[in-house]
Design a protein around this ligand. Structure first.
Ligand SMILES: NC(=O)c1ccc[n+]([C@@H]2O[C@H](COP(=O)([O-])OP(=O)(O)OC[C@H]3O[C@@H](n4cnc5c(N)ncnc54)[C@H](O)[C@@H]3O)[C@@H](O)[C@H]2O)c1
Length: 485
């Protein structure tokens, strides 16, 4: 680890020198790097699909939708919008400050650290990189040790395409992350669990480093069958796609559990079963369309959650597992105990608990009794329920009548709140995430107000009172001596 420490320190020195040279601030440099990311992904499409298959058993179509295509789109948006994003934003100042002018200048933080997760190892590494480069930073990226093929690909290929004095990749696990976190960074961007998020925040506090924490949690899905009854086919397909169609439920914004009225639960289960079969056939293990569980440790975690006697008794569909193939069958639970681990931990796997309520309005109280989720999904056309969800709950996002697509829409900010994270990114928000908004005030020496300066007296106090109220008419009267206050 001594050698790794030296490598990290040397990398940091070089990145700092590069940043200090001013090269990464130029829009031309940023665009060249963004173009190179697009080229890298396009040139290596087959290789990337291979590594994602090796690490997670992802089908190449799923890999393209969730990772390669997503990254190409994100870098293209940044390339197309960068000229607009970098322009300092003029702000109109109150008359009180006349003749000063104000603007906001987005400046790069400097040298940033990006730590990413294994479930979307390419997009969760490259998308923050796109934001950091757009904003003009130098970047060190560490992908997750749990997706070793993706991590090795990034470490080998990024230096061949990007400016390797400004953008570096280091491979490794928690021991390497610990060395990295001991250094002083200008910004840390972390994607991972709330548990390690706390470690990151504590390390960042040492140097007062700003952080973005993209964390996880349990994303509830409300099904208000009364108002969506004629569209239930689509509802069930979307839920199934959100639970089993993306990394086999190993996604931070995956549907974690469903809230539904008791009277409709068995109908929902009857509708889910054929959809699972239509997605993955009679034998999902051999379908090639269901990602595998990332590691033995995560498999055993899911097995432990499922083997809780109360949970096991609630299985109404699926439940089989194969440790050698790291396979967990798409599984549905009906009313598992609310105090079980599976109902209190992020599931991060292909298991779908259905929790029944007497009245769907109770879903609000249920969600409020838990930590703030990264996403809330609600299938409803009831405007009153929608308003209640928006005004009475807090979450990173709310999506009505769909799941997970909010992630793909880069016109919306993506991030959590409370336990599910700090900060946001995607599209223009990524540029902002990696920029410091510097306030610029251009004053003028043309005129001076004596009321700003001591010695203090009642005239100056009255002047300041009126100035705070921006009561210009009375200010003029005060200065002319027509009024006293
Ligand atoms: N909000 C999002 O965008 C998003 C996306 C994907 C995953 N997630 C969340 O990530 C979690 C799953 O990912 P994970 O298992 O990779 O998370 P994790 O927290 O275990 O690991 C994330 C990163 O932290 C590093 N790390 C691990 N232990 C560390 C330590 N002790 N000190 C410093 N760094 C350490 C890892 O090497 C990895 O790079 C879930 O909670 C999921 O919801 C969130």
């Amino acid at each position: 680890m001594e050698a790794m420490k030296e490598t990290v320190e040397e990398s940091l020195r070089e990145m700092r020198e590069t940043f200090a040279s001013g090269r990464t601030r130029s829009v031309k440099w940023r665009k060249t790097q963004l173009g190179a990311i697009i080229e890298m992904v396009k040139d290596n499409e087959d290789k990337l699909c291979d590594v994602l298959f090796q690490d997670l058993g992802k089908h190449s179509t799923e890999a393209f939708r969730d990772e390669l295509g997503f990254v190409i789109r994100s870098a293209t948006t940044a390339l197309n919008c960068l000229d607009k994003w970098v322009v300092p934003k003029k702000t109109s100042l109150p008359l009180l400050f006349y003749p000063a002018k104000g603007k906001v200048l987005s400046e790069p933080y400097g040298t940033v650290l990006v730590l990413s997760s294994w479930n979307f190892p390419i997009s969760l590494s490259l998308d923050p990189l796109i934001g950091a480069i757009s904003a003009g930073n130098t970047v060190l990226l560490k992908a997750s040790e749990l997706s070793p093929n993706a991590s090795a690909f990034l470490a080998k290929t990024i230096p061949a395409y990007l400016d390797n004095k400004a953008i570096k990749v280091i491979e490794g696990g928690p021991d390497v992350a610990t060395i990295l976190l001991k250094q002083q960074w200008d910004k840390i961007f972390f994607t991972g669990s709330p548990r390690i998020g706390k470690v990151i925040l504590a390390a960042a506090a040492e140097h007062l480093t700003p952080v973005t924490l993209e964390l996880g949690g349990k994303c509830p899905t409300i099904v208000d069958h009364h108002s969506v009854s004629k569209d239930m086919k689509s509802v069930v397909k979307r839920i199934s796609g959100g639970k089993w169609g993306s990394a086999s439920g190993q996604a931070c914004i995956s549907v974690d559990y469903i809230l539904i009225e008791k009277s409709f639960a068995s109908s929902l289960i009857d509708m889910l079963k054929p959809v699972i079969k239509s997605f993955f056939g009679e034998n999902p293990k051999e379908s090639g369309c269901l990602s595998r569980i990332v590691s033995k440790q995560h498999f055993q975690r899911l097995a432990r959650l499922l083997n809780d006697p109360g949970v096991k008794a609630s299985i109404v569909y699926g439940g089989s597992m194969d440790e050698d193939k790291l396979y967990v069958e798409p599984t549905i639970l009906l009313d598992p105990p609310l105090d079980s681990e599976i109902m209190n931990e992020e599931i991060f796997g292909p298991i779908l608990p259905i929790i029944t309520l007497r009245d769907i309005q109770e879903s609000i109280g249920f969600i409020k009794s838990k930590p703030k989720p990264l996403a809330i999904y609600a299938f409803t056309n009831d405007e009153n329920l929608k308003t209640r969800i928006l005004s009475e709950t807090s979450s990173g996002s709310v999506t009505f009548n769909d799941v997970m697509i909010q992630y793909m829409c880069d016109a919306l900010p993506f991030g959590g709140v409370g336990q599910s994270g700090i900060g946001r990114y995607h599209g223009k928000y990524s540029f902002e995430c990696f920029s410091h908004d510097k306030a610029i005030m251009e004053g003028s020496l043309a005129m001076d107000l004596e009321a700003r300066y001591p010695p203090w007296n009642s005239f100056k106090l009255n002047f300041i009172r009126l100035a705070f109220r921006e009561d210009y008419f009375k200010l003029v009267l005060l200065m002319l001596g027509i009024i006293k206050k």
